[in-house]
Write a protein that binds this ligand. Structure first.
Ligand code: ADP
Length: 503
């Protein structure tokens, strides 16, 4: 499919600034200081565009994790952050947002090197997204408060009752590798606005921007111990955070499999848990659409970020009257989405994040072919040192196939035909996931009917993955527990206390 495009898979040169950051000594950010891990172990950082090891990060041990929790606990208990005037928290957060914005180019390059996503994409999606999460949540810091309430069973006079909102406490925030800085900021923003303290654990594959974020957190004036950044493995430091008795809340974004494990592990200490997990989001294309607009939209819904997106539109349902036309329209986007090295200015899609993901995604494509699916686009990987997979459309699939049922987390979409609205709503809901859905139609009745019938936390009409911090985000079914963003997002970091006083 790439015969019309000549792509070089050679990664472009790093800037001098990036080279300096990659040469940093591996360290953990605990209590406002950079410290080595207790056992001196490190984790290699790979550039997925080249498959080369380009840096090392510290591997936090259980002892390091305990140290970070103790720092966050002390910082919470002495009120050095929650005790500040809300206006002060707000201003410091806005300063952090400004610093991230000012370092946008450098952060976008780090993200490109670490994740494999095009730098240009990180510059217009990840970095502004991270900034907007902090700015929006900074505004909540000064707008939180309880209510004065009239008790139902007690006389009005002689009683005074009210609620107070308080921060939940020490928060472990565990984030994935697909949008590292964006996810880190999405997590820390509401916690900071609420007055919580934090141990942030980035994914072991992609920790570079979280480390840079720690520098900016210190520069912004967030007091020591309020945000601690622990690089390390999920099953070691992540696991310890989830089980640690001094952690009050765990916020996790990642796979459904690990989310279920975290939910179980957090039970013994009854932590607050919010989980944002996997998806197999349907994209429904009704017969009335303009195919010239919709086909590229459906392609973007799956190929953006190499399909490594929890809301990726990975199950495409097209009305049978326009099925072939839409599939041809998607296949025609192949040159645009042809994977390229992340620092190639022409790149719209990079490699997958790691060899592990590459093997997993190609394994699914092979399983799909074995099960009888046909390839309408891609279906293979170019020969290169990095982890490139060509954008892929599979047709002639059925609901029993693993490619239809399971989250692939790669640039692979399965396309099916449908005849009527009720049938497609049922098919769209035939999944254990319920994160998001896309509906493409000009028929307002069909749009609203489908938006109501589809069981998903977010539904998009005539667009996809338009995530905005003002709107709550989260999953139905096995796509998660709780909501992030918007008012619900800040409330997830607050306790409510009722005070009833007999005067
Ligand atoms: P993926 O499958 O997409 O690689 P994961 O769900 O495994 O994503 O990982 C997401 C985040 O969860 C990462 O920061 C990872 O280190 C962390 N993690 C993995 N396993 C555990 C665990 N057992 N406990 C806590 N955190 C974990």
């Amino acid at each position: 499919m790439n015969e019309m495009t000549t792509v070089s898979y050679q990664q472009h040169a790093y800037s001098e600034g990036a080279k300096t950051l990659l040469a940093r000594k591996p360290a953990l950010f605990i209590n406002g200081e950079w410290v080595a891990s207790s056992h001196g172990e490190t984790i290699a950082v790979e550039d997925p565009s080249s498959g080369q090891v380009v840096s090392h990060i510290a591997d936090a041990s259980v002892a390091d994790t305990d140290r970070a929790v103790a720092a966050a606990r002390a910082a919470f208990d002495d009120g050095r952050w929650s005790g500040l005037a809300p206006i002060a928290r707000e201003r410091i957060m806005l300063r952090l947002a400004d610093l991230i914005e000012a370092h946008g180019d450098e952060l976008a390059e780090l993200e490109a090197i670490d994740v494999g996503k095009p730098k240009s994409m990180a510059g217009v999606v990840d970095i502004p997204g991270a900034v907007s999460h902090i700015r929006y949540m900074a505004g909540w810091a000064a707008k939180l408060g309880g209510e004065t309430l009239q008790p139902y069973t007690m006389p009005n006079s002689g009683m005074f009752s009210y609620t107070i909102k308080e921060p939940v406490g020490v928060c472990a925030q565990i984030v994935p590798w697909n949008f590292p800085l964006l996810m880190a900021c999405l997590k820390i923003a509401p916690a900071l606005a609420a007055g919580c303290t934090i141990i942030l654990k980035p994914a072991e594959q992609t920790s570079l921007t979280a480390l840079r974020l720690a520098d900016l957190i210190a520069e912004a004036g967030i007091p020591a111990g309020v945000v601690n950044v622990l690089t390390g493995y999920g099953h070691i430091s992540g696991d310890r955070l989830v089980k640690h008795p001094d952690v009050d809340k765990v916020a996790f974004t990642g796979s459904t499999e690990i989310g279920k494990l975290i939910n179980k592990n957090a039970t013994d200490t009854l932590k607050h848990v919010t989980l944002e997990l996997g998806g197999k989001s349907p994209v429904v294309v009704m017969p009335d659409v303009n195919v010239a607009e919709t086909a590229p939209g459906a392609a973007g819904a799956i190929f953006f970020n190499s399909g490594q997106v929890c809301v990726a539109g990975s199950r495409l349902f097209v009305h049978k009257s326009i099925f072939d036309e839409v599939i041809e329209g998607i296949a025609a986007t192949a040159p645009f989405w042809a994977p390229r090295p992340s620092l190639d200015p022409a790149a719209h899609m990079g490699p997958l994040v790691s060899k592990e993901q590459y093997d997993k995604v190609l394994g699914y494509i092979e399983a799909g072919k074995r099960d009888g699916a046909s390839v309408a686009m891609g279906g293979d990987a170019p020969s290169a040192d990095g982890y490139y997979v060509n954008p892929t459309v599979l047709v002639n699939v059925n609901p029993q196939m693993s490619v239809v049922r399971e989250e692939i987390f790669g640039p692979v979409v399965v396309a099916q035909r449908f005849e009527d609205l009720d049938e497609v709503a049922k098919a769209a809901n035939d999944t254990c996931f319920g994160l998001a859905a896309g509906i493409w139609t000009k028929d307002l009745g069909a749009m609203h009917k489908l938006a109501s019938k589809i069981k998903a936390g977010t539904v998009w009409g005539n667009c996809h993955a338009m995530i905005d911090v003002a709107l709550p985000f989260g999953g139905y079914k096995e796509s998660g527990i709780g909501r992030e963003q918007g008012r619900a997002g800040i409330e997830a970091y607050l306790e409510s206390k009722s005070v009833i006083i007999k005067l």
